[in-house]
Design a protein around this ligand. Structure first.
Ligand code: NAD
Ligand code: DAU
Length: 340
């Protein structure tokens, strides 16, 4: 039986993954461990809290004692680690917590896996570990062989975690896999990230702060397609391997923002070009050939469909994101954008 430990499941992608897996594997057991930082939200898990196949444990992945206890008591056979500090801008302001959670937290999970024994540890990594690609070379893509070359404290911490995962595989024969996905979007996305921030601001008729000239390119993937890829990797992916995940959906930030404005019937006058992000990566673009050839994965949702579905979700679930725009969020917003 599938006894899955999902860390960071009260966040954006982990939450979507829990819904996806509980829906698909009716006889599975899922234990979610989440520290409920500013990014964790129990409302994301509301629909499954009463499900007997689901259990929530509030815990920090870098707390060795509690994590060992969870492994001892729950005996999970597959671990999927989503738990992380995930926002690049915050990592520029305060890097330490990124190292604590993303590196030290990963190490505690790996040690727990060694101590208690598991069938698979899967690390949810990111394409940001490859650094960036130039804007004038659309022929270049990230493959699994692209060298690690990080730009922000966030991506450096994710790369460090990947190297640890690979070291535990080589040295201790831990059965691991790693996935490196491009930018996700969809339901339950915290409104500090580009797409949900622009949707929330546009709905509130606030400025839409575009960094630099809005020329940077991201490769967008609907979150459910990321979930289906991880599901395939944990069941069929080869131990010790890295899989890139992406669907060839490259857009400049300005294109994305203008699409949101158009879909919401708002005015482009809301756009405000602001000071660029320090060390801002120019372009991300994934070559997903390996996961397609080996595991048969293909994304199901185009950007045009996905962005419509996402906007509709934010319209239908105003309470979810309006609850987030609280005092703490307003302080964050003022600090990041107030004098930008
Ligand atoms: P998120 O910030 O929305 O969620 C992170 C979750 O982890 C939150 O629920 C938070 O409470 C929890 N968490 C943070 N620190 C913790 C700790 N010390 N112990 C336990 N839980 C903790 O992030 P996301 O966007 O859902 O990203 C999930 C994972 O996917 C991350 O590892 C990220 O690097 C990776 N990733 C994200 C994207 C993207 O576009 N969002 C793309 C590729 C990879
Ligand atoms: O590529 C995967 C990564 O995608 C993940 O590993 C990260 O966890 C995730 O946050 C995301 O990183 P980005 O930095 O690409 O995402 P973000 O939404 O912060 O920014 C997307 C682009 O939009 C980026 O070029 C910066 C720009 N931007 C962002 C914000 C928040 C703006 O122009 N204005 C903004 O207000």
């Amino acid at each position: 039986m599938l006894k899955l430990l999902v860390t960071g499941g009260a966040g954006f992608i982990g939450g979507n993954f829990i819904h996806y897996m509980l829906n698909k594997y009716k006889d599975s057991q899922i234990i979610c461990v989440d520290a409920l930082t500013y990014a964790g939200n129990m409302e994301t898990l509301e629909a499954v809290l009463e499900n007997p196949s689901f259990k929530f444990i509030k815990a920090d992945i870098s707390d060795r004692e509690i994590i060992y206890k969870v492994f001892e008591e729950e005996k999970p056979n597959i671990i999927v680690n989503f738990a992380a500090e995930s926002h690049v801008d915050r990592s520029i302001e305060s890097p330490s917590v990124f190292l604590q959670t993303n590196v030290m937290g990963t190490q505690v999970l790996l040690d727990a896996c060694r101590k208690y024994g598991i069938d698979r540890y899967h690390q949810v990594s990111t394409d940001e570990v490859y650094g960036d690609l130039p804007l004038d070379r659309p022929d270049l893509f990230f493959t699994e062989d692209t060298p690690i070359h990080t730009s922000s404290p966030y991506s450096a911490s994710k790369a460090a975690a990947d190297l640890l995962v690979q070291a535990y595989h080589r040295t201790f024969k831990l059965p691991v896999t790693i996935s490196r996905c491009s930018n996700n979007y969809g339901p339950y996305h915290f409104p500090e990230k580009l797409i949900p921030l622009m949707i929330a601001n546009a709905l509130n008729n606030k400025h839409l702060p575009v960094y630099g000239k809005g020329e940077n390119v991201r490769d967008w993937l609907y979150v459910e397609d990321h979930c289906s890829a991880i599901d395939l990797i944990i069941h069929k992916g080869r131990i010790g391997e890295v899989y890139n995940i992406g669907g060839h959906n490259e857009r400049t930030n300005l294109e994305v923002v203008k699409t949101i404005i158009r879909e919401l019937g708002k005015n482009e006058g809301l756009i405000k070009f602001v000071k660029d992000r320090a060390g801002h990566d120019l372009r991300y673009a994934i070559d997903p050939t390996k996961i397609h050839n080996e595991l048969g994965w293909l994304p199901q949702t185009t950007f045009d469909e996905g962005i419509k579905k996402t906007i509709q979700w934010y319209l239908d679930n105003r309470k979810w994101w309006e609850n987030i725009i609280n005092e703490e969020y307003k302080n964050y917003y003022e600090k990041m954008y107030g004098r930008r």
